[in-house]
Design a protein around this ligand. Structure first.
Ligand code: NAG
Ligand code: NAG
Ligand code: NAG
Ligand code: NAG
Ligand code: NAG
Ligand code: NAG
Ligand code: CU
Length: 229
């Protein structure tokens, strides 16, 4: 009995590729997850996650023991496949189960002028199984209301042993050769959060969240450095 329960708990992990847990995914069809964009979830969610302008994490559930990961964003109510903003260039993740990308790791380009009530869609891409990409999307509405520290923590957890590493010349996580579109949107140095992008900088709370929850300075320094190239 115990064995069955264990297997029941483990099997979905192995076969689920990866889930976008926060912000909440549009939907999930494991068999279609390799379909660009959004793993074939082409209907915008009617229930958008309120995503703080001052910074919020991205929580993933990794079904593989290692994966290349890349994060894109598209502005608007129904952007189709136009994910032309790179929030985090391709990096290597290791370790299954919970993996949190801290708010401070996301590189919002300057000049987006993100304001309260704006809609957008975030697409997280990992490398395929075995080739191509895997795609999950979440529809969000930007809000000026911050996450409380407790809410932030509940949406930002790492399983034991999870780590990240920078990749040089990584290209797209889906393994296709780079075309200029996505790679040009590198963040200006210093712009590691939406707060920086909007120039609002109103919140010490978010700043400290970003500090403790973003990729640790070591790893993130490398990633940010690569993005600025
Ligand atoms: C791979 O990702 C890039 C960047 O998101 C995208 O433009 C391209 O269409 C994807 N390739 C495939 C085969 O889906
Ligand atoms: C809408 O989203 C919120 C936050 O993501 C979630 O708590 C709630 O259960 C969702 N409601 C529906 C009807 O899906
Ligand atoms: C992304 O696409 C939208 C719609 O075509 C366009 O208005 C916007 O300038 C593009 N943004 C970037 C960063 O390329
Ligand atoms: C953002 O705001 C600045 C200053 O008001 C303006 O110059 C710029 O064109 C705006 N950018 C976009 C994408 O709306
Ligand atoms: C954002 O999307 C919601 C539906 O989810 C819609 O009601 C709202 O008008 C949209 N906001 C903007 C600024 O278009
Ligand atoms: C989660 O793990 C990543 C990768 O090691 C790390 O950069 C990040 O700071 C961790 N976040 C938290 C909240 O532990
Ligand atoms: Cu898989």
């Amino acid at each position: 009995m115990k064995t069955q329960l264990l297997l029941g708990a483990l099997l979905p992990l192995v076969s689920a590729h990866f889930n976008l847990v926060y912000p909440v995914a549009r939907g999930f069809d494991e068999d279609q997850l390799g379909q660009f964009p959004c793993g074939s979830q082409n209907t915008v969610s009617s229930n958008r996650t309120q995503f703080p302008i001052t910074g919020a994490p991205i929580q993933l559930l990794m079904g593989h023991t290692s994966a290349k990961v890349e994060v894109f964003m598209a502005l608007g109510n129904d952007p189709g496949s136009n994910f032309n903003i790179t929030l985090l260039p391709t990096f290597q993740e290791r370790g299954p189960q919970n993996f949190c990308i801290g708010a401070g790791a996301l590189q919002f380009p300057a000049g987006l002028n993100i304001t309260d009530g704006m809609n957008a869609t975030i697409q997280v891409v990992t490398n395929g199984d075995p080739s191509g990409g895997l795609y999950n999307c979440a529809d969000i509405t930007f809000t000026s209301t911050q996450l409380s520290t407790a809410d932030y923590s509940s949406h930002c957890q790492n399983s034991t042993g999870v780590s990240v590493a920078a990749l040089s010349n990584a290209g797209f996580a889906n393994g296709t050769s780079s075309d200029a579109t996505a790679s040009t949107s590198a963040a200006p140095s210093g712009s590691t959060s939406a707060a920086a992008a909007t120039g609002s900088g109103t919140s010490t709370g978010a700043a400290s969240q970003a500090t403790f929850a973003g990729f640790a300075l070591g790893a993130m320094g490398v990633l940010a450095g690569m993005a600025a190239l």
